[in-house]
Design a protein around this ligand. Structure first.
Ligand code: PLP
Length: 342
């Protein structure tokens, strides 16, 4: 394919991860997570998230989100999220279908929701005619490349818990957020009060696999069974676990996410001030959203692959990843300049 600024999912597998999978490919192992690789990966996860954390490896992000939501809800519940949330827009209704819940959305200026925005949604509480909010779901980093601060997450967690709700975090890009904030993975999620976390590996150099981190005994008990019902229990789990063990070793996750974020910052610095180009959200993680003329989108797409985020507003998404090179970015920036300055 053309060089891609389309998604971090377009990247390959980091060599260390590929080698870790090969290392796990030795002889027989018991299936369904009863193997030594899973034991080691869970130990590493618990070193980060604490001994009370229960870890459930799954295949993909939609599965992680959906099974997480299932563990926190009944079919008369509502999940509150940003309108642009992946679980609302890009999961083909999986959470609604599998959990029977309703997603109540909030329109945001920057992908982030706040307690003040959520408060009016409690109209109809305890009324049998209305769905009952049970989960607030936030994305870290957000779908528009912004990052919740620890203070913002703590505020949301306190608000959720006071109202008797759970706080879920879609951390498909948790590593990018942690790299941006220069904090640890738990520091910007579970230690701020997140009850159930979907922690992504695929976008940051792994081949396949995400982890659900549950901090609540009630949800942990459910997750064990719902993961299987949702077809997210891997028989050869050792190959997901070996990847997680490797990406956590020596904080490889951080190195890869820092690089990915750095490439977005580099691109931002090279395209700032170009006429007819407006960067529409702060560049904090590994994505840039830019408003450019429609004609320029087609021209740029001739050489580089990327997606139009908003057709009506003519906003495109340029995403970098762990394997994006400086020369890719410089060449892309030159192309943007050449086409927009014509
Ligand atoms: C924010 C977010 N959450 C979750 C996912 C996981 O999706 P998938 O089911 O494709 O692994 C994605 C993938 O693009 C995402 O961007």
């Amino acid at each position: 394919m053309k060089r891609s600024f389309g998604s971090d999912n377009h990247s390959g597998i980091h060599e260390r991860i590929a080698v870790a999978m090969l290392r796990a490919n030795t002889g027989d192992e018991v299936a369904y997570g009863e193997d030594k690789w899973t034991e080691k990966a869970i130990r590493k996860m618990k070193d980060i998230f604490g001994n009370d954390a229960e870890i459930f490896f799954v295949f993909n992000g939609t599965g992680a989100n959906t099974v997480s939501i299932k563990s926190m809800t009944k079919s008369h519940n509502a999940v509150i999220s940003a309108g642009c949330a992946h679980l609302n827009v890009d999961e083909c209704g999986a959470p609604e279908n599998f959990c029977g819940i309703k997603i109540k959305t909030l329109e945001t200026a920057d992908g982030k929701i706040t307690p003040e925005m959520i408060d009016p949604l409690f109209h109809g509480r305890h009324d049998q005619h209305h769905v009952q909010p049970k989960v607030i779901s936030i994305t870290q980093s957000t779908e528009v490349g912004t990052v919740y601060t620890q203070k913002e997450i703590r505020k949301l967690a306190d608000f959720a818990h006071k109202k008797g709700l759970f706080l879920h975090m879609d951390g498909a890009r948790l590593a990018n957020a942690a790299a941006y904030l220069k904090k640890g993975l738990a520091e910007i999620s579970t230690e701020c009060g997140v009850d159930v976390l979907s922690f992504g590996g695929t976008k940051n150099g792994m081949m396949i696999g995400e982890a659900i981190i549950s901090m609540n005994s009630e949800t942990s008990e459910q997750l064990l069974f719902f993961r299987k019902q949702a077809m997210q229990l891997s028989s050869k789990m050792r190959f997901i676990s070996a990847q997680f063990e490797e990406i956590l070793k020596g904080e490889l996750w951080k190195e890869l996410a820092e690089h990915s974020n750095k490439m977005s910052k580099l691109l931002e610095s090279k395209i700032q001030g170009i006429p007819n180009l407006e960067i529409v959200y702060p560049v904090q993680a590994n994505a840039i959203f830019a408003k450019i003329p429609k004609k320029a989108i087609a021209k740029l797409n001739e050489k580089f692959f990327f997606y139009t985020w908003d057709e009506d507003e003519s906003v495109v998404r340029w995403m970098t990843h762990w394997a994006t090179t400086e020369s890719d970015v410089l060449e892309f920036a030159e192309d943007i300049k050449r086409i927009l300055c014509r």
